[in-house]
Design a protein around this ligand. Structure first.
Ligand code: TXE
Length: 480
C-alpha cells in the first residue's frame, strides 16, 4: 500500500498526527494508497520552512529561479507516462486523456511561467514637471495554493508555477481525493534542485489543512480553485485578514448553437464540451441551447453519437469516459438525474450507473446523459452537477437565449456556434461569462486572463494576471 508523505522543508515526512486517510482508485472502488491526515501543526511547519526560504529565493536572479523551474518542466516530460498513469488511477479519467491533456499541461505550466518571469517588467510614468514614477513589482512571501480533484496536477501547477516564478515560496494543498501526482511532484522538485522550503505540500482534509492555510497569519495570499461554497468559506476566513485572494470557482456553462453553425464541427466539439473528463471540468457546457429550426436534427444526431461513447476501464484506449472521481460524487450526480425527472425532464439517453465488468465491476461509472423538456430556471439547470449530464432545449431569438444563458448565479465560460460574425460579436458582448469560445471549446492560450464572474470566482489567472496577483506593486515617485 503506497503511503504518501508531506513535502516540508525539502524532505518527505509523516504527518504530525501519525494518522492516514484512505485514498481510492475510482475505477475499481478500492483503497490503493494512504494519504497523511495532516493538521494545523503540519501547516505551521510548512509555513515556517517557506518563510525561512523566502529571503534567498526571492533574492535569487530570476533567470536562475527560472532554470530550476524549467528543469521541473523537463522532468515532468521525462516522467510523463508514469505521471499520467498515476493521474488516471487516482482520478478515474481515461489514461489517454491524462497523457494528452493533464500532464502535458502541467509541464507547460512550469515552462510557461518560468520563461515569462524573465520578461515580466513594470511601468514608469514621467511628467513634464520633472517627476518620474516607477512601479516596483516584488514577490510577497508565502503563497497558499489549494486545488481540486478534477484536473489534479494541471490545476495544482497552474497556481504553483507562477507563485514560484514570481519569487514567492509556497504552501500547497492538493485535493485529498487525488493526491498522488502532487506527491510525485515533490520528488521532481527535489530532483530539480528546488531549495528546501521553497515549495511545501501538505496533504489532508480541506476543513483541517485547507482551513489552516487560509487562516495562517504568515500566508498573505491564497490562490484557490474548487467549489463556490468552499471559496466562500475561504473568503470568510481570509478577507478579514486582508489577504490577497484569487478564487476560481464553479460553473454552469451555456453552449449556444445557432442553425447557421458548422454542424459537423459543432457536434464533434459538443461531445467533448459535454462529457470530457466525465463532465468534471468546470468549463464544460452542461446547458445546451439550440435554435429551434435545428433542434430536432441536433437532438437525433447528438443522442446517437452519445450512445456510441464507451464508458469503461480508464486503461482502455477506446474508453471515452472513465470513472467519476468518488462514490459520494457518483451519488451526487445520480441524485441530480433523479431531480431532473422530478422537475419534468425526459432522459433521452443514459441516466444510470454503468458496470463495465472485469476489474472495474465495483468502480464508479455513469453513462453520458442527455435530458430535455426542463424549464430553463429549474434547479437542474441552475445548479452545478459536475458530471456527465447535460440538458438540451430549443430557443427562437437571441434575446431569449441570452436570458437563459445569463440566468444562473455563475459566469465562468460559454460556447457559441454561429457563422455570422456580427451575431458572434453581438452575443459575446452580452453573455455574462469570463471566457467565451466561438466555434470551438477549451482552446487555451496561457497568456489570456482565465476566470469567471458572479459566483464563478474573483480575480483572473494566466499570463501577466498571475504575476500581478503574486507580486506587490509599489509606486515610487521622484521629483528632480
Ligand atoms: O471542490 P472543493 P472539489 C469547481 C468545480 C466544482 C468543484 C470540484 O466546478 O464545483 O470545484 O472540485 C479544499 N478551506 N472547480 O469538489 O471541495 C479541498 O480539500 C480550505 C472550478 O474538489 O471545493 C480541495 O483541496 N480548503 C475550477 C479544494 O479545497 C478547503 C476548476 C477543492 O475542494 C476547504 C476546477 C476549506 N474549508 C473545479 N474545504 C475553475 N473555475 O477553474 C475543502 N477545501
Amino acid at each position: 500500500m503506497i503511503k504518501i508523505r508531506n513535502y516540508i522543508n525539502g524532505k518527505l515526512c509523516e504527518p504530525m498526527s501519525g494518522q492516514y486517510l484512505d485514498n481510492y482508485d475510482p475505477a475499481q472502488g478500492v483503497v490503493y494508497s494512504l494519504i497523511p491526515d495532516s493538521d494545523e501543526r503540519d501547516v505551521a511547519a510548512a509555513t515556517l520552512a517557506a518563510k525561512n526560504a523566502f529571503h534567498d529565493w526571492s533574492h535569487m536572479k530570476h533567470a536562475d529561479r527560472s532554470k530550476i523551474l524549467i528543469r521541473i518542466s523537463e522532468i515532468i516530460e521525462e516522467r510523463l507516462e508514469e505521471l499520467a498513469m498515476a493521474e488516471s488511477i487516482d482520478n478515474g479519467k481515461p489514461l489517454w486523456l491524462a497523457k494528452s491533456v493533464d500532464i502535458p499541461r502541467a509541464r507547460d505550466n512550469f515552462y510557461f511561467f518560468a520563461t515569462a518571469a524573465m520578461h515580466f517588467a513594470s511601468e514608469s510614468h514621467a511628467t513634464a514637471d520633472n517627476t518620474i514614477n516607477y512601479t516596483l513589482r516584488t514577490p510577497i512571501g508565502v503563497a497558499g495554493c489549494i486545488s481540486p480533484w478534477n484536473l489534479p496536477l494541471y490545476l495544482f501547477t497552474w497556481k504553483i508555477a507562477p507563485a514560484l516564478a514570481a519569487g514567492n515560496c509556497v504552501v500547497a494543498k492538493p485535493s485529498e481525493i487525488t493526491p498522488m501526482t502532487a506527491f510525485l511532484l515533490s520528488e521532481i522538485c527535489m530532483e530539480a534542485g528546488l531549495p528546501p522550503g521553497v515549495m511545501n505540500i501538505v496533504h489532508g482534509l480541506g476543513p483541517k489543512v485547507g482551513q489552516a492555510i487560509s487562516e495562517h497569519p504568515d500566508i498573505p495570499m491564497i490562490s484557490f480553485t474548487g467549489g463556490t461554497k468552499t471559496g466562500a468559506q475561504i473568503a470568510a476566513t481570509a478577507a478579514p485578514m486582508f489577504k490577497k485572494m484569487s478564487l476560481e470557482l464553479g460553473g454552469k456553462n451555456p453552449n449556444i448553437i445557432f442553425a447557421d453553425c458548422d454542424f459537423e464541427k459543432m457536434i464533434k466539439t459538443t461531445l467533448n464540451s459535454s462529457f470530457s473528463n466525465q463532465g468534471q471540468i468546470c468549463l464544460c457546457g452542461s446547458r445546451i441551447f439550440v435554435e429551434r429550426s435545428l433542434y430536432e436534427k441536433f437532438k437525433t444526431r447528438f443522442v446517437s453519437e452519445v450512445q456510441k461513447m464507451k464508458v469503461g476501464d480508464p486503461m482502455n484506449d477506446d474508453s471515452r469516459l472513465g470513472a467519476v472521481v468518488s462514490k459520494p460524487h457518483m451519488e451526487k450526480v445520480l441524485s441530480y438525474i433523479d431531480l431532473a425527472k422530478e422537475e419534468g425532464g425526459t432522459v433521452l439517453t443514459g441516466g444510470h450507473a454503468v458496470n463495465p465488468g472485469g476489474r472495474c465491476e465495483s468502480g464508479w461509472f455513469i453513462a453520458p446523459t442527455i435530458i430535455e423538456g426542463l424549464p430553463y430556471k429549474c434547479r437542474t439547470n441552475m445548479e452545478e452537477i459536475f458530471g456527465p449530464v447535460v440538458t438540451i432545449m430549443p430557443f427562437d431569438t437571441e434575446e431569449e437565449v441570452l436570458q437563459y444563458a445569463n440566468a444562473t448565479e455563475y459566469g465562468l465560460a460559454a460556447t457559441l456556434w454561429t457563422e455570422n460574425l456580427n451575431r458572434a460579436h453581438r452575443m459575446a458582448a452580452q453573455i455574462k461569462s469570463g471566457i467565451i469560445w466561438i466555434n470551438f471549446w477549451l482552446h487555451r492560450d496561457l497568456r489570456t486572463p482565465f476566470g469567471g464572474m458572479k459566483n464563478s470566482g474573483v480575480g483572473r489567472e494566466g499570463g501577466w494576471e498571475s504575476f500581478r496577483f503574486f507580486t506587490e506593486a509599489k509606486n515610487v515617485c521622484i521629483k528632480y
